[in-house]
Design a protein around this ligand. Structure first.
Ligand code: 9D3
Length: 226
């Protein structure tokens, strides 16, 4: 998968995307990520990318010209792929594991990071295929959401995760929270480990884990059980 990210704070991405799973995915050649500075597409002499809203009101909007220029430039440099243009914005579809799985099937993503009070509506009208939000809380821009989306998608690409955290296992348990986990030591500051986990009886362990997962989901996330 190829991912192009268009942003006004391009420096935010490298420290995050060049670590951990996403770094590994890039090293293995499973994903190629390119960051583009929106300002470099502004023809304005001050490299301005925002302007005041027609009709008045407080706050600034992102001007359409630099965004169109950036997306058209990226598309022209990767002709054979059909890119999906995704705008990160508060009114987008909420990112879920289901949506991440759908997006992971695309060959080429162009992510536009919203900022200020939003983008000129013609960006949505002519340029954007999908709008994505990462949840109902107010952030200062679309950069962090873009990184969240990249992280959620990159780990789903074939060959990115080892067998250890295999995805089959995950989809099996999609609608339950995890059971409690314990590692060594067996006694930590007076706190023990449920004896079933030390019993070596794998049938018993499995049914304990199922029961605990269900109990936990009922307590903390009853919405997941429908
Ligand atoms: C006052 C109205 N606000 C809408 C809720 C305006 C507004 C707030 C924050 C407009 C843009 C932003 C910046 N946020 C994003 O661009 C954003 C975002 C978010 O704030 N929360 C969750 N997901 C996302 S994706 C992009």
């Amino acid at each position: 998968m190829r991912i192009d990210i268009i942003a006004i704070f391009p420096g935010m991405f490298a420290p995050i995307l060049n670590e951990s799973i996403v770094k590994r995915a890039q090293k293995k050649g499973k994903v190629k990520i390119y960051i583009h500075d929106l300002r470099s597409y502004s023809l304005d002499k001050h490299r301005k990318v925002d302007d005041r809203p027609f009709g008045g009101g407080s706050g600034m909007l992102m001007r359409p010209e630099p965004i169109f220029a950036a997306v058209e430039d990226v598309k022209s440099k990767s002709k054979n792929q059909k890119a999906k243009v995704i705008l990160l914005c508060p009114q987008g579809e909420k990112l879920t594991q289901k949506l991440a799985k759908k997006i992971a099937k695309y060959q080429h993503l162009i992510l536009i990071c919203g900022h200020y009070e939003g983008v000129d509506e013609r960006v949505r009208q002519r340029l954007v295929d999908e709008e994505v939000s990462i949840g109902d809380y107010v952030l200062t821009g679309g950069e962090l959401p873009a990184m969240v989306l990249v992280d959620a998608v990159a780990r789903l690409l074939p060959g990115v995760l080892g067998d250890k955290n295999s995805l089959n296992f995950e989809s099996f348990e999609d609608n339950l929270l995890e059971h409690p986990h314990y590692t060594r030591p067996a006694n930590f500051r007076g706190m023990g480990v449920p004896s079933v986990l030390l019993s070596g009886d794998h049938k018993k362990i499995e049914s304990w884990r199922e029961k605990e997962a269900l109990k936990r989901t009922k307590q903390k996330r009853p919405d997941l059980l429908g």
